[in-house]
Design a protein around this ligand. Structure first.
Ligand SMILES: [Mg+2]
Length: 187
């Protein structure tokens, strides 16, 4: 069976809407999703960015997130098939309780939850086979460690190519395209 790591923001739900709203409310700046072709966000100072990201991870915002269609069903199917699920998010450790409550509320099964800033090294320690994550930085690092990767397509990762990188338009496509990889790992 496979060991699967699952990012949360922009992977399980459309984080960008929350982020864009917070940035607009605080600083009056608009950050349309379709124009976010870089991973970095240069229109904000580092401290401003940190403030905004922290607010997107308030208890209220975490609990209000709407999962992408078919995300929960897909992970439920993986879990039912015996795959080991590691939920992992680049968010502060104190958000873990709210994150766990959100995962329970949406009915997403997981074996392990990690809220921290060392995602890929933790994946390596845990012997993860497949990382589902939208970050080009994490995808590239995971590939360097031989971890297969898959992501929902966003403007900031659509350019990625290469072996072991699946870019899918939605969770239905991601599930289909990852199935042969999981079958191989399960064999
Ligand atoms: Mg993400």
């Amino acid at each position: 069976m496979a060991r699967i790591a699952l990012d949360i923001d922009s992977t399980l739900h459309h984080y960008w809407d929350i982020f864009d709203r917070v940035v607009r409310e605080r600083f009056g700046i608009e950050l349309p999703h379709e124009r976010q072709t870089d991973w970095g966000i240069t229109v904000l100072e580092r401290d401003q960015l940190r403030e905004c990201v922290a607010e997107t991870h308030s208890e209220e915002n975490i609990l209000a997130a709407e999962p992408y269609p078919h995300a929960v069903e897909t992970v439920r199917a993986w879990s039912a098939a015996g795959h080991w699920i590691h939920a992992t998010s680049h968010r502060a450790e104190h958000t873990r309780d709210a994150t766990a409550r959100w995962l329970d509320a949406i009915g997403l099964p997981y074996d392990d939850l990690h809220c921290s800033y060392d995602k890929v090294s933790r994946c390596v320690e845990l012997g993860i086979d497949v990382l589902v994550d939208d970050s080009p930085v994490n995808i590239t690092r995971a590939r360097e460690h031989g971890i297969l990767t898959a992501t929902i397509e966003h403007p900031w990762n659509a350019h990625l190519t290469g072996d072991g990188v699946v870019i899918a338009r939605d969770w239905r496509e991601l599930r289909e395209r990852i199935a042969p990889l999981l079958a191989k790992l399960g064999a």
